[in-house]
Design a protein around this ligand. Structure first.
Ligand SMILES: *Cc1c(COP(=O)(O)O)cnc(C)c1O
Length: 377
């Protein structure tokens, strides 16, 4: 039987190659017209006011924490309330910016629970980092209100949320910075890249310097710009090599044309899983919010004896994933062990079922059937 994998990226090869060809023929593969075009397309699609294209979402998260820290004068060890139920880059980038991750617990959506967040605010809390797990916004709006009430900044790790709309509005509204991943396995696959969307245009301009060594003028402006001293630039502060390139932007421009269509198919796959698993008491499906057009990056369930269930599925050629292990169980975040019992419980029971555009209805029914056997008496 053919194996069924968790994620398989889908590229429109001919269209992507045509887009990349223009970069290769002109010899311009770095940041420039193509990256600017993709940034404009992303702003138009999301209606977020700013978008800066980067080589990953991790880079975007780091820039968001570092630049907000600089802007607001945060001190070493100031606290960011965050989730332990995420890919570690969310929390590593808080540390990279010299800040301290303080973990709050989850709600039934596996997103940050606003009640838990509110009980962990201290005089040193500066911001909340919210992750929309699997594309699900959870209680994002309540966390947004809480941040407004306590004068905290909000960083949204929207790595799973390309195409998620909440009451018709694309995810990212209200956040001081929203960060999207365009890694190969995410909903808008480019191989590897990401986008940081600051609410404040001045911070977007700042990010453009930080993403290239703190240099005041990008190479494109220097190459095509008019006037003397085109070679001349200033270096205003430390910076990183984080900007995106034209080849990734080419893949992004093509993938964006299909994002809504692809996400609609993901929702169809989720609908088939729902139908199959609705009457299955051994499988709890993670609930979805009303009024949300979910990007459906993941289809998550909770089961008992998770490792055993995964082993049985593997034996039947089905390879699901686990998103995520509770970060406080990792050695470096162990200082917070025990702080988030709901996250720890979810981490022991969660499975992400195969979710990608190469799956058919039959594939979904086969996965669900094997799952019922694996969890059954
Ligand atoms: C994938 C992912 C990231 C990192 O994205 P990259 O583009 O690979 O850097 C960050 N946070 C979450 C929740 C992710 O799933």
């Amino acid at each position: 039987m053919k194996p069924i994998h968790l994620f398989v990226p889908k590229y429109r090869a001919e269209e992507a190659l045509a887009e990349i060809r223009t970069c290769l023929e002109t010899g311009w593969t770095g940041p420039g017209e193509k990256t600017a075009q993709f940034e404009a397309a992303w702003r138009a699609y999301t209606e977020l006011p700013n978008a800066h294209f980067l080589n990953s979402a991790t880079a975007g998260l780091h820039l968001a924490f570092a630049i907000l820290r600089e802007r607001h004068g945060w001190a070493d060890g100031d606290e960011i309330l965050t989730t332990p139920f995420t890919f570690v880059s969310t929390n590593h980038t808080i540390m990279h910016a010299g800040l301290r991750p303080v973990f709050a617990d989850l709600d039934e959506y596996l997103c940050l629970d606003p009640v838990s967040v509110s009980t962990r605010i201290t005089p040193r809390t500066r911001a909340v980092c919210f992750v929309g797990i699997g594309g699900n916004p959870g209680r994002y709006d309540e966390v947004l209100d809480l941040c407004a009430k306590h004068d905290l900044r909000l960083i949204l790790d929207a790595s799973h949320m390309a195409g998620t709309r909440i009451r018709g509005v694309h995810a990212g509204y209200g956040a001081d910075a929203a960060i999207f991943s365009f890694h190969a396995v995410k909903n808008l696959p480019t191989a590897d890249s990401g986008m940081v969307c600051f609410r404040d245009a001045a911070l977007d301009q700042e990010a453009r310097k930080w993403s290239w060594m703190g240099i005041s003028k990008d190479t494109f402006t220097r190459t095509v710009g008019a006037g003397p001293y085109k070679w001349k630039y200033d270096v205003e502060h430390l910076g990183f090599k984080y900007h995106g390139n034209a080849l990734m932007a080419s893949l992004g421009l093509v993938a964006l044309r299909y994002l809504d269509e692809d996400n609609a198919y993901r929702r169809q796959l989720a609908g088939w899983y729902d139908e199959e698993l609705a009457g299955c008491p051994a499988v709890s499906r993670v609930p979805q919010r009303e009024g949300v057009l979910n990007s459906r990056h993941l289809y998550q369930i909770l089961v008992n004896e998770r490792d055993e269930v995964v082993r049985k599925l593997n034996e039947r050629g089905i390879y699901p994933g686990v998103h995520y292990a509770d970060n406080t169980a990792y050695r470096m975040y162990r200082y917070a062990a025990g702080a988030c019992p709901r996250a720890a419980a979810a981490s022991a029971r969660v499975i992400s079922l195969p979710m990608h555009l190469g799956l058919s209805e039959d594939d979904v029914r086969r996965v669900a059937g094997e799952l019922k056997c694996a969890t059954g008496p």
